[in-house]
Design a protein around this ligand. Structure first.
Ligand code: ZN
Length: 117
């Protein structure tokens, strides 16, 4: 798996993590007016766990970094917009660019960075 593909999958994992967290919030139904379907949550969790296993196996160091950052910031990976980290809002040095052979982290806050079009 290329680093680029890994990051896309990690970003998807985070989407699933945030979604699961959201629908498990006891206030979710009251806040959104949407009914929570337990079976669909289990499906989401199975999909999430399957993806997490794949990512842990492919690159344990990056996966563990993601989990550690998620505990600290509530997320482990964030988008770069206008050459700015969207976790800490620091402008990134010009030398920080997406690479195919390396996972790039923010020099200011340490979060894993992804460039999406
Ligand atoms: Zn940052």
């Amino acid at each position: 798996m290329s680093k680029r593909e890994y990051l896309r999958k990690l970003y998807l994992l985070q989407d699933l993590d945030l979604l699961i967290q959201q629908v498990k919030d006891p206030e979710y139904e009251a806040k959104t007016g949407l009914k929570v379907d337990e079976e669909r949550i289990r499906d989401l969790e199975n999909r999430r766990n399957e993806l997490a296993r794949e990512l842990l196996k492919a690159d344990p160091v990056t996966y563990q970094k993601y989990e550690m950052l998620k505990r600290r910031y509530g997320r482990g990976i964030t988008r770069v917009v206008n050459h700015m980290c969207t976790n800490c809002f620091a402008a990134l040095p010009a030398s920080v660019i997406p690479r195919d052979d390396e996972i790039i982290t923010c020099p200011n806050c340490g979060i894993i960075l992804i460039w999406l079009e």
